[in-house]
Design a protein around this ligand. Sequence first.
Ligand code: AMP
Ligand code: GLY
Length: 429
Amino acid sequence: MKILVVGSGGREHAIAWRLSRDAEKHVLYCAPGNAGTAAIASNVPVAAGDVGGIVAWAKENNPDLVVIGPEDPLVKGLADALQENGIAVFGPVAAGARMEGSKRFAKEVMRAAGVPTGRAEVFDDPAKAKAALAAYGLPVVIKADGLAAGKGVVVAETAAQAESAIDDMLIANKFGQAGAEVLVEEFLDGEECSILALVDGEKAVLLPSSQDHKRAFDGDKGPNTGGMGAYSPAPVVTDRMLPEIREKIVMPVVRELGRRGIVYRGILYAGLMITPEGGKTALSGSRINVVEFNARFGDPETEAVLPRLGGNFARILLDTANGRLREEEVVVLPEAAATVIVASGGYPGAYEKGKKISGLEGNPATVFHCGTRLENGEVVTAGGRVLSVTGTGATLRDAVDAAYAGAGKISFEGMFFRKDIAHRAFGRA
Ligand code: AMP
Ligand code: GLY
């Protein structure tokens, strides 16, 4: 098949890499890709958010499938535009991508579908938002409605923090239009996990569970990031929970979107909070609650989940795009996988780019590129998250050791990575 992957991060490199491992050989393109995708695909110099540019490329080159990685082009309607031109596309139409693009919309869909989630109210008036706080207790969560590059959520420990988050969003317009409405939301206690579901408009198949590490430093300290590592499976999700997640969370959403005339095709990513046994459950009464939905593969979860996927990946994605997904196509390998993000010094704050990276050649792990580019034939850093180093193994411990064996070989000026990926899983064992 001729396949275009849209995006330039570790997720897109992992998608292209997994496609390159199919028994059938594909012709792969990446727009715009990075130095890693350049080794297995042809990079196309069109930005992921350039809807017109991607559509023009697709009309000229007639791919069998376009796989959209990031949320921004999905929310902007890239899938709609490609479909209008008769091109098969993995990734939901803009109306479906609102599950990620508008937290208010996601809450409305969940309410209509009876999906367990934290109680929340929406405000555009700061005084009313503040007046509502008392009813939620502390901590309380304040969220900008729209996309804010992962920065639009404040878990406030004090009323003063909650009030200043409301002021930042509704008065200082810190997130522009994305913060024109805020949600005041019930705090959910427990352990988070990520469930990526393949959805073909009517049916859903869950991919293996995973867990992300959002804080910059060991011990879950430091600022929030795009994700510093991930592993799969996540033992917080027991086998018993998977059918419940499918029947009580994923399928009700798919059906509710269908009732609204939205045919959702792509990944529906459920960020879930699992309350420990005997812990204080949310007002929903459920131990499993939705924290957020995303309309795409998670990053870095994808770098730990896709190495565990057998079968014909291109066929799975195409069948999902065409509404013909079959559960038996999705084969999960028994190995565990873990990925460690190697980041630029200073990330998620300011950092320098253009640092020469060594240790890629002959690396014992599978190294996905997140923020790299080629400069005079050399791979240099081009982002905050630079590499996603993945190991697999018979056990999670083996997988983590393999990932760190690979990360330990990498070097560039100022780099850092977390040393405790999968600590929650090991803490339980
Ligand atoms: P979101 O962008 O909605 O995923 O939120 C970012 C992060 O904020 C989540 O991954 C959680 O760690 C945290 N968070 C969001 N909503 C809640 C909630 N209701 N209770 C506890 N933590 C939350
Ligand atoms: N790893 C979190 C996300 O992809 O949103």
